[in-house]
Design a protein around this ligand. Structure first.
Ligand code: ZN
Length: 258
C-alpha cells in the first residue's frame, strides 16, 4: 500500500485533480456571487454582500432560510427595484421587491408556506421580505392572506403609514383555514369572532414580532361577554376588526461585507 501511495505518478495526478477542483469551486463562486439574505430560525437575519457580484445577479437578491437543524431552504432570487425613498431625502434610495414575483407556496419536509396577495400594494422592501419569509416558515401555515404593503413607488394610498414596504396588513386566521381574495373575504371579528383561530393567530403574531415587527394594531374578540386580547395587541384600533396591521419594524439584521 505504501508503495502505491508513494507512487509519483499517482501523487501528481492527485495534485492535478485538486487544482482542477479548487478552480471549479472558485469559478462556481464567481458565477454564483449574489447578495444573499440568510434568515435564521432564531429570528436573526444576515445580509451577505460578496466582494464580487456576478453580472446576471446585479439586480437580484437571494433569500435562504436556515432551519433549526441547519438545513438551508433556498427560497429564490428576486428582482430588486431601486426606488427613491417615499417621503425621504432626494437621492435616498431603497430596494423594493414585488411579492407577486415571490412563489406563493413552498414545501420541503415540515417547512412550508402558502400565502395570497389580496391587494395591489404588493411591494415589500429587501429586509421585510426576509422577515416575512422567517415568520411564515416559523408557523408553516398554508392560509396567510396579505392585505398589502406598498405600491411600486413606495407610496401606500389609501393608507398613509404603509410606505417603503415596511408596514403591512394581514387577514385574521380562520379555524377552518379557508382563505379567499376579494372585498369582504377578510374575517370580520365583529361579525364572526368565533371563526378566529385564536391559538394559530397568536403564534402568527408572535412570529411576526420575532422577525421584526414590534408593534401591531388589531382588534379583540368578545365571545359570551368574555373579551380576549391577541398577543402583542393591547387595545382595539378603529378599522382593524378585519385585518392585523404590523409596524415598528426593528429586525435583528447584520450586514456582512465579504
Ligand atoms: Zn395597515
Amino acid at each position: 500500500m505504501a508503495e502505491f501511495t508513494n507512487n509519483p505518478i499517482v501523487t501528481s495526478y492527485e495534485t492535478k485533480r485538486d487544482t482542477v477542483l479548487s478552480k471549479k469551486v472558485i469559478y462556481e463562486e464567481k458565477i454564483n456571487s449574489i447578495v444573499t439574505y440568510k434568515i435564521y430560525h432564531d429570528g436573526t437575519i444576515n445580509k451577505i454582500i460578496p466582494s464580487l457580484i456576478a453580472k446576471q445577479f446585479e439586480n437580484k437578491y437571494r433569500y435562504i432560510y436556515v432551519d433549526s437543524k441547519g438545513y438551508k431552504h433556498n427560497l429564490g432570487d428576486f428582482t430588486i427595484h431601486r426606488t427613491q425613498v417615499y417621503r425621504g431625502e432626494p437621492g435616498e434610495m431603497i430596494n423594493l421587491i414585488d411579492l407577486e414575483e415571490v412563489p406563493k407556496s413552498y414545501k420541503k419536509g415540515t417547512h412550508q408556506y402558502h400565502f395570497i396577495m389580496d391587494s395591489p400594494r404588493s411591494f415589500v422592501n429587501e429586509q421585510t421580505l426576509a422577515s416575512f419569509f422567517g415568520a411564515m416558515l416559523e408557523v408553516n401555515y398554508l392560509d396567510i392572506g396579505c392585505n398589502g404593503f406598498s405600491h411600486e413607488d413606495g407610496s401606500s394610498r389609501p393608507s398613509r403609514s404603509h410606505i417603503n414596504g415596511i408596514n403591512g396588513d394581514f387577514k385574521y386566521l380562520r379555524t377552518d383555514k379557508s382563505i379567499e381574495c376579494g372585498s369582504g373575504t377578510s374575517l370580520n371579528l365583529i361579525k364572526e369572532p368565533q371563526a378566529l383561530d385564536f391559538d394559530r393567530q397568536n403564534k402568527w403574531n408572535d412570529a411576526l414580532y420575532k422577525f421584526g415587527w414590534k408593534g401591531m394594531l388589531g382588534w379583540t374578540v368578545t365571545i359570551d361577554n368574555e373579551t380576549k386580547y391577541l398577543n402583542n395587541i393591547t387595545h382595539k384600533t378603529s378599522n382593524h376588526y378585519h385585518h392585523l396591521h404590523v409596524q415598528e419594524y426593528e429586525p435583528e439584521i447584520n450586514e456582512i461585507q465579504q
